[in-house]
Write a protein that binds this ligand. Structure first.
Ligand code: OAD
Length: 251
């Protein structure tokens, strides 16, 4: 057995023995679907500044610039499909105790049929009234005129969390609860530098969870098992025929 095969085996056994598994995902899980990451090679923040595109101040200063960037990303997401990693997680979670927290706004976990997705950073497929915060589903990829809300006739903004903004309270609460209870956390495709999402790893670790990291690049993250592979290879491999089903544990 090679070192990687041993690590996959170790990860699979940990998942198999766990009562609750926590999946934490970042943009790297969607990389093979064709959606750029933020900080890696070809990542959005390599040639753009998040202060000009992903803050409330940026939107106030130039809503057209910000909307155009999000519409371009919507078009990219629409043309991409969930990959083997999204699909394996969704299938595995359908009859087992698992929590998925994603920092991604692309909607690919949902399109893969994941039973419940805790969206830490909102969704690119939602518009929010900039006056009252009311949200609606939205899938347009062109706005000749910037969209205005029905409720307040104010500018709508993308329904995502920007730098300097709070994570939705419900998402924080479910994520903290699950991180404290999880036996295993599978961290896939995140650089782990954006808080509070990155803090979930420490919460899980401090509460005794084993941390398994899937990332082709070396990460300065404390982990029990590191799988230096693309998500499409590692995730299906560690979830293959592993884990008791809920009906197994009930019987
Ligand atoms: P990053 O771009 O910071 O990190 C993506 C990670 O995925 C990197 O560590 C890559 O090495 C890894 N990666 C690349 N290809 C991969 C593959 N095929 N399989 C597995 N891993 C792969 O993206 P995030 O950690 O998601 O926030 O970034 C967190 C937040 O920062 C985002 O939600 C966004 C961003 O700014 C906001 O916009 C608020």
């Amino acid at each position: 057995m090679t070192g990687i095969e041993k690590s996959i085996d170790e990860a699979r056994t940990a998942i198999e023995e766990a009562n609750l598994v926590f999946f934490l995902t970042g943009s790297g899980i969607s990389a093979e679907s064709g959606i750029p990451t933020f900080r890696g090679a070809g990542g959005y923040w390599r040639n753009r500044s998040f202060t000009e595109l992903a803050t409330p101040q940026a939107f106030a200063a130039d809503p057209r610039l910000v909307w155009d960037w999000y519409l371009e990303r919507r078009a990219t997401c629409r043309s991409c499909r969930p990959n083997a990693a999204h699909r394996a997680m969704a299938a595995w979670s359908r009859n087992r105790a698992a929590t998925l927290v994603t920092q991604n706004v692309d909607g690919l976990h949902e399109r893969a049929g994941h039973p419940r997705v805790v969206r830490f950073h909102g969704s690119i497929w939602r518009n929010r009234c900039s006056a009252c915060g009311r949200e609606r589903d939205a899938d347009e990829i062109v706005y000749p005129d910037l969209p205005r809300s029905m409720c307040c006739d104010a500018l709508e903004r993308p329904g995502v969390v920007w730098f300097g903004e709070a994570i939705p309270a419900e998402a924080i609460e479910s994520a903290h609860q699950a991180a404290a209870l999880a036996d295993v956390m599978l961290v896939v495709g995140t650089s782990g530098v954006v808080y509070p999402a990155a803090g979930l790893i420490s919460i899980a670790r401090l509460n005794g969870a084993r941390i398994i990291v899937v990332n082709p690049e070396a990460m300065p993250m404390e982990a029990d098992v590191v799988l230096p592979l693309p998500a499409v290879e590692a995730v299906p491999a560690v979830l293959r025929r592993s884990g008791r089903t809920l009906s197994d544990s009930a019987s």
